[in-house]
Design a protein around this ligand. Structure first.
Ligand code: ADP
Ligand code: MG
Length: 374
């Protein structure tokens, strides 16, 4: 829970009160922020921010079960909402905008957040900002820092790994994507194979701190390609084979974790060089900010390795890295002009073909086929 003691009454018309609701996966998170919708050179104030992570509840299933996650969201949203409003000492009628994740995510979990937003919107005549939570992960950098556009974004979350050219709050172009697993999945599935529990990202990060990252050589895929696309499923298979062949018996868990983690981070380091070149070709800029966000951006090895690579790298603060309501409220604040007045139609887009890896594969196949015929 976070509460800004210095909060003052909202007396500036450009200052808006934004409620953020995030329920795309397994975190129920709600925040109330206040910020200037025209001047982004001022950092928004977080008045209250509360989250409930379902990690402990989902641990026995070894991952996210969408229906169970949705049921937990339904239980947790009302008390979290009440608590946030109480801490900020605000009434629902005072909220200027309800910002809610609508894409991408799990259908049931997304539905719980959107239904809450629509209900509040209808009762209190409050507009809604539908939020792409991938963009929200990167734009969360603006909760702590003033960063100019365009910037190169590296999004590393549980379900996504991509490089993006970000030119505005909702203006982005994908420069590179994973063609199979995301880095977060590589951590979580790798941890499952090693019997480390769920989610495994932080557990592997912690164990790796006393391990040798060069002890075991795990593969890094797609390095020969001059594209910023990534692949992590081969790494996971290599770990499975390593365990099936019993090679893990003679190695320390700390060394296995450090080496496995090294392979994931190595992919980002190599592909960042390619993504920077693509970004430069497209923007003609040689000096630009690089923003890293998403749950995997909490990883200490990723942070130290990438920081050494480029002085323009900025990391979203760890408390805003995993799915959270503050990042959703923040993107709503920045896209206030395109708010929707309910009951206009406002749908979910759980799959979001624009950012899905299935679509990435289709694009790559089409490109290959086109190359053959031309
Ligand atoms: P999503 O938006 O896909 O739900 P999040 O942004 O909430 O993903 O991030 C969750 C992911 O972050 C999980 O896969 C988790 O293992 C990973 N993660 C969290 N902390 C760390 C860490 N310190 N190192 C590596 N991965 C981490
Ligand atoms: Mg999550």
């Amino acid at each position: 829970m976070y509460y800004d003691e210095n909060y003052k009454q909202n007396d500036n018309m450009k200052e808006k009160l934004i409620l953020g609701i995030e329920t795309s996966c397994d975190d129920t998170s709600i925040a109330l922020i206040q910020g200037n919708v025209e001047d982004f050179n001022q950092l928004p104030k977080i008045l209250a921010f509360e989250s409930f992570s379902q990690e402990i509840l989902l641990r026995k299933w070894g991952g996210v079960v969408p229906e169970i996650a949705a049921r937990n969201h339904m239980e947790k949203i009302p008390p979290l909402l009440e608590s946030v409003m109480n801490h900020a000492q605000k009434k629902y009628a005072e909220i200027d905008l309800i910002s809610v994740t609508t894409t991408p995510g799990l259908l049931g979990p997304l539905l719980t957040g959107l239904t809450t937003a629509k209900t509040l919107s209808l009762i209190h005549h409050t507009p809604i900002a539908p939020i792409n939570h991938l963009m929200a992960h990167l734009e969360a950098i603006h909760l702590d820092s003033i960063v100019p556009y365009p910037y190169l974004g590296l999004l590393v979350s549980g379900g996504h790994s991509m490089f993006l050219k970000v030119e505005g709050p909702n203006q982005f172009e994908i420069l590179g994507n994973t063609i199979d697993d995301a880095a977060g999945e590589a951590f979580d599935k790798g941890g499952k194979l090693l019997g480390l529990g769920y989610p495994a990202g932080k557990i592997i990060d912690d164990l790796a701190k006393t391990g040798d990252p060069k002890k075991i050589s795990f593969p890094v895929s797609l390095l020969d390609k001059n594209e910023a696309h990534m692949s992590f499923s081969g790494l996971k298979s290599a770990l499975r084979l390593f365990i099936e062949q019993g090679k893990n018996q003679s190695e320390k868990m700390e060394d296995i974790c450090a080496s496995y983690q090294h392979a994931i981070i190595e992919a980002f380091m190599k592909k960042l060089v390619v993504a920077k070149n693509i970004f430069t070709q497209k923007t003609k800029l040689s000096n630009f900010p690089i923003v890293v966000g998403g749950g995997v951006a909490c990883n200490s090895y990723l942070r130290s390795q990438l920081s050494h690579m480029d002085q323009n790298i900025l990391f979203v603060a760890p408390r805003f890295c995993t799915d959270n309501g503050a990042m959703v409220a923040n993107l709503g604040l920045r896209s206030y002009a395109s708010r929707i007045h309910f009951p206009e139609c406002l749908n979910l887009d759980a799959k979001n073909l624009l950012v899905s890896k299935e679509q990435k594969l289709v694009d790559m196949k089409n490109k290959k086929a086109k190359g053959k015929t031309s």
